[in-house]
Design a binder for this molecule. Structure first.
Ligand code: KG4
Ligand code: ZN
Length: 359
């Protein structure tokens, strides 16, 4: 088996159309990412039908550009890798049918890749010396999971969100604040002008010792804060039916709550980051792992990166951060991990189906 593996990767699971050429799982020769964010912005989120149509229009040009930039010919390829799950079914099908067609025409093996596996692997693109085992925090728009990674192909879930994903919470709170989609980068930007200690939003708890996450309560707390409904009363009763003197007190308390959007954004961001960092540290400690990695769109958040760095330094753990361009959706991570599947003889038939869910 030759060890020069040139792979075309295709990623169309959500709202980024991406094609990349990666050599031997690590050397990224090209990574073209065409974002549809502008297209979906007016709707405040991804519109599946619009996403599929845009993928059909932009995927072939993205693939052509990936070949050009990498100075590679289709005949030079060893394999074609594609995200086949999870994601928007129509969007996945655009990428999968294109990959199958190329696989058939070029007579090259097809490697189906789980999108989350791609995110976990993205660290390898930035760190060729990534140590195993490591604890991985995956924080994207659809998932928030903790994994114990044994090698590039073997990982075990230690915890997951029970409701909203971290990115989803960023997007929903951004929308409450009237910020554009996708909300994560907008909240991060606005937070720079705010004070994260102004409002103490709840840190989602999921029971003692649990490595699961929960962000829906936090999201609701932000909503109530915006409505001015979380002025705490010293007697703990609901604000309804209060005595006239107490009403005045509650009104004053409400006024003292910051309604500055930048403070709200910064305080919300801090509440999410604190929980993500704390659970990741807890996982590393519990399984006696000394290396930590992160991935997914939210992993490009500067406050999360800074605070997980500080926590790892304090705990004497090694931290490996992927470059920001490999945090959000991209095809390089898909072509990268495919190398390990191919070496293990794990290639797919052309009957491979798109699967919208994880399992
Ligand atoms: O991994 P990704 O590109 O797509 C999914 O697989 O979901 O993640 C997208 C998510 C969105 O929710 C977006 O708001 C969030 O990642 N995100 C961020 C930042 N950049 C992207 N969240 C917080 N801070 C950021 N800088
Ligand atoms: Zn993703």
């Amino acid at each position: 088996m030759t060890d020069d593996f040139l792979c075309l990767g295709i990623e169309t699971s959500c709202d980024e159309t991406s094609a990349a050429i990666v050599r031997n799982g690590q050397e990224v020769l090209s990574n073209i990412v065409l974002s549809q964010a502008e297209l979906h912005r007016a709707y405040g989120g991804v519109v599946p039908e619009l996403a599929c149509r845009a993928h059909t229009e932009t995927l072939l040009p993205a693939i052509e550009e990936a070949f050009q930039k990498a100075a590679v010919q289709p005949k030079d390829l060893t394999a074609i890798a594609v995200t086949y799950r999870p994601g928007l079914i129509g969007a996945l099908l655009v990428g999968l049918s294109t990959a199958k067609t190329l696989s058939f025409l070029l007579k090259r093996p097809l490697v189906g890749v789980d999108h989350l596996h791609g995110h976990i692997y993205a660290n390898e693109l930035s760190h060729p010396d990534l140590p195993y085992p490591n604890v991985h925090l995956l924080v994207s728009g659809g998932h928030t999971n903790l994994y114990l990674c044994e090698d590039p192909l073997l990982y075990r879930e230690l915890g997951a969100t029970r409701d909203d994903a971290a990115g989803e919470a960023f997007d929903k709170v951004a929308s409450m604040l009237g910020l554009a989609y996708p909300g994560g980068p907008e909240i991060e930007k606005l937070s720079r002008q705010g004070d994260s200690s102004k409002i103490r939003f709840p840190r989602g708890t999921t029971g003692e010792g649990s490595l699961d996450f929960s962000f829906s309560g936090l999201k609701t707390a932000v909503l109530y804060h915006l409505r001015g409904q979380n002025a705490r009363r010293s007697d703990g009763q609901s604000p309804r039916g209060r005595a006239p003197g107490k009403r005045k007190k509650a009104q004053e308390a409400r006024r003292s709550l910051s309604q500055n959007p930048a403070d709200i954004a910064a305080s919300f961001q801090q509440a999410i980051v604190a929980v993500l960092v704390e659970k990741t540290m807890e996982a590393a400690q519990r399984y006696a792992i000394d290396a930590v990695t992160i991935g997914g769109g939210v992993a490009s958040n500067g406050v999360l990166r800074d605070q997980i760095r500080e926590a790892c330094d304090r705990a004497g753990l090694k931290l490996y951060l992927p470059e920001k361009k490999y945090c959000t959706d991209n095809a390089a991570m898909i072509a990268g991990v495919a190398y390990h599947f191919w070496r293990a003889g794990l290639v797919d038939e052309l009957t491979l189906d798109a699967v919208p869910t994880r399992r």
